[in-house]
Design a protein around this ligand. Sequence first.
Ligand SMILES: Nc1ncnc2c1ncn2[C@@H]1O[C@H](COP(=O)(O)OP(=O)(O)OP(=O)(O)O)[C@@H](O)[C@H]1O
Ligand SMILES: [Mg+2]
Length: 426
Amino acid sequence: MTESISNSEDAQRLNAVINTATDGIIIINHRGIMESVNSAAAILFGYEPEEMIRQNISLLTPSPHREKHDSYIQNYLSTGIKKIIGIGREVDGQRKDGSLFPLRLSISEVKLENRIIFTGILHDLSKEKAQEEKIKKLNQELEERVEERTQELGKVVNKLLFTNKQLQQEIKDRKAAEKGLRFKEKETRSALLKERELSDMKSRFVTMASHEFRTPLSSILTSAELLELHLAAGRHEKCPRNIERIKNSVNHLTSVLNEFLSLSKLEMNNVKAEPSLFVFDEFAQQLIENLKPILKQGQSIQFEGIGKSEEVYLDKTFLNHTLMNLISNAIKYSKENQFISFTSKIDKSTLIIIIKDQGIGIPEQDQKHLFGRFFRAHNVENIPGTGLGLNIVKKYVDLLGGTISFFSKLGKGATFTIQIPLNKTD
Ligand SMILES: Nc1ncnc2c1ncn2[C@@H]1O[C@H](COP(=O)(O)OP(=O)(O)OP(=O)(O)O)[C@@H](O)[C@H]1O
Ligand SMILES: [Mg+2]
């Protein structure tokens, strides 16, 4: 096809292509002198094409390239190392008015018969760059907005967190208030219960008193009348017996009252342990001594101690009340000539006390109620008592942090065992 076209037509067509190209095309020689410039290139740089022809290409390049341009070409021609030729890069161009603009420059080397020329194609990047700038700016704005929103969101989140914290505190406060109310309610209820129990106890006391007090009171009255008669008749030898009877009855009444009083105190939670260090065996001997007057004919207490000078750290009063009750029961529910054994030992820092008698024993069906208030077994109708002693004992043993148990068979005596921990020894 090319063959049919003449040389001048070829040149014309090439000129037309170059001149109508939208990108600038500049041809320079090996000295950097512009030999040919298309109109797009002239428009790009704001020159008339004639103004550019025969000028050095450095006219279109800003400093510092402008000054070095010649050396660029010389370097290439002497070393053959291509830094831009055939590669293309983005550079700045300088218009006639001195303003700069971005352009993509691709240079190709054309070897003619006896010399080398370079063709540069210049594509204006101003629009792209402006677009890029715009996008960059938009991006930045977007980032700023996101940052702003994030900060706003952070503030909202902080506010929410604060409100949440406040709410949590409120919930906590309410719960505490509720707890307080519940506690108050519980207190009121238990106070009411205590009051009811107290009034129950009072009425039971009246029943018990009328029953318990009648016998010793009538015994006192009879003895006093007899005493009067004997004195009037001068039968002085009969007086001590009646005086003794009066004393016994008064003692009994006193002990009944004492029991009732200590129970009331216990019920009102008015008792607190006051432990002290004391020699247990000495304390036990004194207790036995105090109980001797109520021993029946031929009765005795056989004591086995924990050691002559062995000390314990306990509330003496609680222990005294407990053992008094247990031993006086053993005496009361045993017959004449029967002995009571009072054994004590320490096993792994627990004080173990066993009170054993050979008395009337406890009917099996009554055993489960034994520590109940005012409870008395069916086989003790003829023996005076209030049914309070063991109830008090149980409470004292609890206060001592210990336990109480018993074993008994009807007619075969009873054995009561208490165990008290001694680990709180000073
Ligand atoms: N060693 C014992 N042998 C047989 N029965 C016993 C013995 N100890 C307690 N009991 C039974 O347990 C009941 C309750 O005893 P508790 O000591 O509480 O009351 P009480 O002896 O009847 O009266 P008190 O209040 O004067 O002590 C007694 O009435 C008796 O039936
Ligand atoms: Mg008793």
